[in-house]
Design a binder for this molecule. Structure first.
Ligand code: SF4
Length: 201
């Protein structure tokens, strides 16, 4: 028995919300039209959420890629503390949403998951992670997470969807207060799925 609907967090601009720094959106039809009938989406725009207006000045990550600062490109205002304070509160709120996955907007200094540009002395390296995406990944280490453009790859897409459903089943299973015998049953039911990915594991 799987809890319905299955909830997935999504960067709000991917759902067509006009929350981008330029007042636009990045509506992704695959998410809304193809995945939409199967999932319930929880939109999150961390930049608007932490109190920034739309439209707003563009920002970028700067400094140490491990601990980058979020800085306005033109005015040089450092927005890091404002964003980190929001992240701390928002991830706690998201615990109550019972999310089974998160789709992030690539390249964003707030929402990008992989290879986000970090500038140091005018030179950009593509190895950063947006501050909100990093907070979600750290707070929910088992949560299936992905960037929207990676869903164009059939194997990554299938893997993400498989993990979302497995995560839902796992959370539902834990909520029943299972016995050791039921845990064995759960593992048995998922054995072939696991072996399809890694017989060794
Ligand atoms: S990428 Fe993230 S922060 Fe930027 S507009 Fe989209 S949801 Fe908001």
């Amino acid at each position: 028995m799987t809890t319905i609907p299955i909830k997935i967090g999504v960067s709000a601009c991917l759902l067509g919300e006009h929350v981008r720094y330029d007042g636009g959106h990045k509506h992704d039809r695959y998410i809304t039209d193809t995945l939409g009938p199967y999932f319930s989406f929880v939109p999150v725009c961390p930049e608007v959420g932490c109190g920034m207006p739309t439209p707003r000045e563009a920002m970028r990550l700067e400094g140490d890629p491990e601990h980058p600062r979020l800085v306005n490109v033109r005015s040089r205002i450092d927005r890091t503390d404002q964003m980190l304070e929001y992240c701390k509160i928002r991830v706690k709120e998201l615990e109550g949403e019972d999310l089974c996955g998160f789709i992030f907007k690539k390249d964003s200094p707030s929402s990008g998951l992989y290879r986000v540009k970090v500038y140091n002395n005018g030179i950009a390296v593509n190895n950063g992670r947006g501050l909100f995406a990093a907070a979600v990944a750290q707070h929910f280490p088992l949560l299936p997470i992905v960037e929207e453009d990676r869903l164009n790859d059939p194997s990554i897409r299938e893997n993400f969807i498989e993990r979302v459903f497995s995560y839902r089943r796992w959370m539902d299973f834990l909520a029943t207060g299972p016995t050791p015998g039921e845990l064995v049953e759960f593992h048995t039911a998922h054995k072939l799925l696991m072996m399809a990915h890694s017989p060794q594991i």
